[in-house]
Design a protein around this ligand. Structure first.
Ligand SMILES: Cc1cc2nc3c(=O)[nH]c(=O)nc-3n(C[C@H](O)[C@H](O)[C@H](O)COP(=O)(O)O)c2cc1C
Length: 418
């Protein structure tokens, strides 16, 4: 029998979203910004929000120094519940920290006198038949109404304004149709496989009808993943949120929480049969898992530890990337997320075998501080930083990057020895 405690724990799993009647609302917000960049401070929507939760209602361009620095402005812009929910991770949050520390194991080996100049830099990549203006996209993340009143509709609009691919989470508060309509850019749909196969099939049909061009199957969200601090606060999800895709008020069916945990490669086949769309399997951290996934028809593999939100103690995603890329051996594209904050992080990942990467939490910082325009600012700021970093690396295009641009050290190098 599902106890209330288990239920809440499970609900907040991957997801990160949890609409249940009677949830304690966070009425307070953290009040200080240590970044000192007052120009980015967004007004809280305290009085205007119907729920009284006080999510951001901002919509403004941001003057971004760097994505890590934006975290302080994010803290000041949204209720504490939303800040803890987004920035927290599982257990002792070692993996969360390791995602960043492990980046330092990948030292950039610059090439000189390569004739590269700011005018002939090319950041574009192609993946699954889709041309992207820069080699990153918006990672699937649930429950954007914990951050902004408009939820995923604002995030998707901002991604479209930057020309970025938006991956819509199966745990969104808005419906996949509302989100598809909001973005002018390319879009993928991330599926949480439901125990009721008819619910899963209906989600897949709707995603295809709404114009999503690929399905991301998240494989690592198998149980509770709630940050300790969020639990200590009493799981303060806002009471007026729902999982949009399952909300009967919007024609949805099924219970989002009835997720299928015992996934197998056959589930990949089912998605492909049902939609005819490419399937990306997200949450892979070891080479041995790759063969059955590709044999079942997966079209791409996404190396990810879910930003440390699922299981603490797994290695940094960048450390796992070379192992997975080696096992994939060019058969399908490899994508990576978890810990991307800087232009040089993108260079590290692409040099080690990724075709592109996904950006998670910093997009939500932009959403909280600046709404749709803030999301656009985040993506454009990362593209600008990448352009400058690529120039300094000595590479002209993303295709130029290979392992010769990296010296791998420390724990990441140790891992490759097996
Ligand atoms: C608030 C939040 C909600 C998330 N929800 C989902 C989700 O619904 N589905 C999913 O596959 N991943 C989800 N993720 C994980 C992201 O897709 C991505 O793997 C992670 O954010 C990468 O870590 P980083 O943001 O620290 O770079 C979520 C992450 C955050 C921060």
């Amino acid at each position: 029998m599902t106890t209330r405690r288990n239920f809440l724990g499970y609900a907040a799993t991957a997801v990160g979203a949890m609409p249940f009647a009677g949830a304690a609302l966070a009425q307070t917000s953290s009040s200080t910004s240590s970044s000192g960049s007052a120009s980015n401070a967004a007004p809280k929507a305290a009085a205007s929000a119907a729920s009284g939760y006080g999510a951001s209602t901002a919509n403004k361009e941001l003057d971004i120094v760097s994505l890590p620095r934006l975290k302080d402005d994010f803290k000041a812009a949204i209720p504490k519940a939303g800040y803890v929910f987004v920035t927290g991770a599982k257990g002792d949050e070692w993996t969360l920290r390791e995602n960043r520390r492990a980046m330092e194991d990948f030292r950039i080996m610059t090439h000189r006198l390569t004739g590269v100049s700011a005018d002939n830099i090319d950041l574009s990549v192609e993946i699954l038949g889709q041309k992207l203006p820069f080699p990153f996209f918006v990672a699937p993340m649930g429950a954007h109404r914990m951050v902004h009143e408009e939820g995923e509709v604002a995030t998707a609009r901002g991604a479209g304004m930057a020309g970025a691919l938006y991956c819509s989470s199966g745990a969104s508060n808005k419906t996949l149709e509302q989100i598809a309509e909001a973005t002018t850019g390319p879009k993928w749909f991330q599926l949480y496989f439901n125990q009721d196969v008819n619910v899963t099939k209906s989600l897949l049909r709707r995603a295809k009808d709404a114009g999503y061009s690929a399905i991301v199957l998240t494989a690592d969200a198998l149980g509770p993943g709630t940050p300790d601090e969020f639990r200590a606060m009493g799981m303060p999800f806002r009471s007026d949120m729902t999982f949009g895709n399952h909300d009967p008020a919007f024609g949805g069916t099924g219970n989002f929480l009835d997720q299928k945990a015992d996934l197998t490669p056959d589930d990949i086949k089912m998605i492909k049969d049902e939609t005819g769309l490419p399937v990306i399997v997200k949450g892979i951290l070891r080479g041995e898992d790759v063969d059955p996934i590709i044999a079942a028809g997966a079209d791409a593999i996404q190396v990810s530890n879910h930003g440390g939100r699922q299981i603490d103690g797994v290695p940094g995603a960048i450390s796992a990337l070379p192992l997975v890329a080696k096992a994939v051996d060019g058969r399908v594209p490899v994508i990576m997320d978890s810990g991307i904050r800087r232009g040089i992080d993108v260079i590290r990942a692409l040099a080690m075998g990724a075709t592109c990467v996904a950006v998670g939490r910093p997009v939500l910082y932009g959403l909280g501080v600046g709404g749709a325009k803030g999301v656009q600012s985040v993506l454009e700021s990362l593209a600008n930083e990448l352009r400058s970093d690529l120039l300094l690396t000595g590479a002209r295009s993303m295709a130029d990057l290979d392992p010769s641009y990296i010296s791998m050290t420390g724990a990441s190098a140790e891992m490759q020895k097996g």
